[in-house]
Design a protein around this ligand. Structure first.
Ligand SMILES: O=C(O)CCC(=O)C(=O)O
Ligand SMILES: [Fe+2]
Length: 266
């Protein structure tokens, strides 16, 4: 059986499903996390951190039980099931499976970007590239989720790249990505940052990237092996839950390449 959602996911490498969470659900999630950015910036002594993860950590103030309750949502179940129900065994259930949920937040001082990348391939030196490539066409691996609690247009993706190699211009941009990342920790003059920013946006557009503009309560699922990019603007508050659709095979793979469970950064 296929579904429209599954077809779109297979073809484009991402889907944005509007209004999976209602305003009341979003408001109560905001109340559960809104104190965390300042806490984490202080704890890390870094005003420009990108994420807090996992929210389930005992270090993170508050009670993580709200996350499973938030994920206990029939619209979420239906969406996940339409794509993964017959492909991941046992079928994933966000409210039941253990999760290492992240919270993506805005930097306070410096604009920066992850730059164009594919997860794992471009993050880990000495990655077993054959093992990575062997899994990129398999829906049990590389499924990332964003659930914005505030309007969020940080994410860019190049549709279709989950199913093919980099083209020349794309590979050039991947090679240049450390410059954008460095903006985070360097005090640059505003003109220099603007030049970096325009170069990145021009490059993304010339590669056919699309900006995933998501509203509070949307569910964005993307293949994290596709070419994608996060752009972190200062002054635009971001509270986006960042998670994955897990399978036993994915856990095994992440442990194999990193030696630790997926998503552990705190
Ligand atoms: O900011 C985002 O939405 C994407 C983040 C990302 O791609 C990453 O951290 O690997
Ligand atoms: Fe990524």
């Amino acid at each position: 059986m296929t579904s429209d959602l599954l077809d779109r996911y297979l073809e484009e490498g991402f889907v944005r499903i509007g209004g999976v969470f209602g305003a009341g659900e979003v408001d109560s999630a905001i109340r559960s996390v809104e104190h965390l950015p300042d806490w984490a910036r202080r704890r890390n002594r870094d005003r420009n951190i990108q994420r807090i993860q996992p929210l389930q950590s005992r270090l993170v103030a508050g009670d993580p039980a709200w996350i499973a309750a938030f994920y206990d949502n029939p619209r979420l179940d239906r969406s996940i099931d339409a794509i993964f129900g017959e492909r991941i065994r046992p079928a994933p259930k966000m409210s039941r499976d253990p999760h290492l949920t992240g919270l993506l937040i805005e930097p306070l001082d410096h604009w920066w970007s992850t730059g164009l990348h594919r997860d794992y391939r471009d993050f880990l030196e000495n990655l077993d590239i054959d093992a990575w490539k062997a899994r990129t066409g398999d829906l049990r691996y590389f499924n990332q989720i964003n659930i914005p609690l505030l309007p969020d247009s940080s994410l860019w993706v190049i549709p279709g790249t989950h199913a093919r190699d980099d083209r020349e211009g794309e590979a050039r941009m991947v090679g240049a990505r450390s410059g954008y990342r460095d903006c985070r920790s360097r005090s640059m003059d505003p003109e220099e940052v603007d030049a970096f920013r325009s170069e990145l946006l021009d490059g993304l557009e010339s590669c056919g990237a699309v900006n995933v503009e998501a509203s509070p309560g949307d569910l964005v699922i993307y293949r994290s092996n596709m070419l994608h990019c996060g752009i972190y603007e200062t002054g635009v508050k971001r509270l986006t839950l960042h998670d994955a659709v897990y399978s036993a095979e994915w856990h095994e793979y992440v442990k194999y390449v990193t030696g630790r469970p997926a998503g552990q950064t705190i």
